[in-house]
Write a protein that binds this ligand. Sequence first.
Ligand SMILES: [Zn+2]
Length: 199
Amino acid sequence: MKIKTGLRVCIDAEALERIWQWTELAKGEFSCLAMADDGLLVHGVQLFDQTCTQASTELDQDALAKFLCRHREPENVRAWIHSHGNLSVFWSAQDDACIDGLANESFLISIVVNKRHDIRCRVDFFQPVRLTLDEVPLEVRMPATDLKAECESAFLKHVTEVQPMVVRQQSMMPEPGGMRRVRNWPDFDDDDMAMWGGR
Ligand SMILES: [Zn+2]
């Protein structure tokens, strides 16, 4: 199922930067987990113990259980991210199985990336009906910074704003006798209209 409008997943810029760093470091695949809030914002991405090959990353159930046990908000670990290394981004049968293995009571966001920085994102719902929404747009959320006051004071200090000059449209009609009188548009009168063939 392909989404046209509406639903989108967000990821915070720091989480995405970690993913790109690990994607570069990995020779092939790797997996990580992250938290996702109810607004579908992915954050707090973390690695866990895993054994990877060029073409697969197995989710070790013991390592996963250990990771969730130690996590401060295990119920919010609702995002699974993995890289395909140099391969394209798609959902393999193993990925589908992995997603089913991570089923929870709300939803799971899955993101697959590669070394070319391609991204594909899907959201799976498990209850009350099993639903997969694929190719969901992923937006990067910049860190919240309150720069309003600082920007205002710098702006007031450095920027002088003047009223823009109003350029008035001018009549370029030549006067009888060859002189050209420059006249502003609002002064365009009946005589001018007559010269233009009106009235
Ligand atoms: Zn995969």
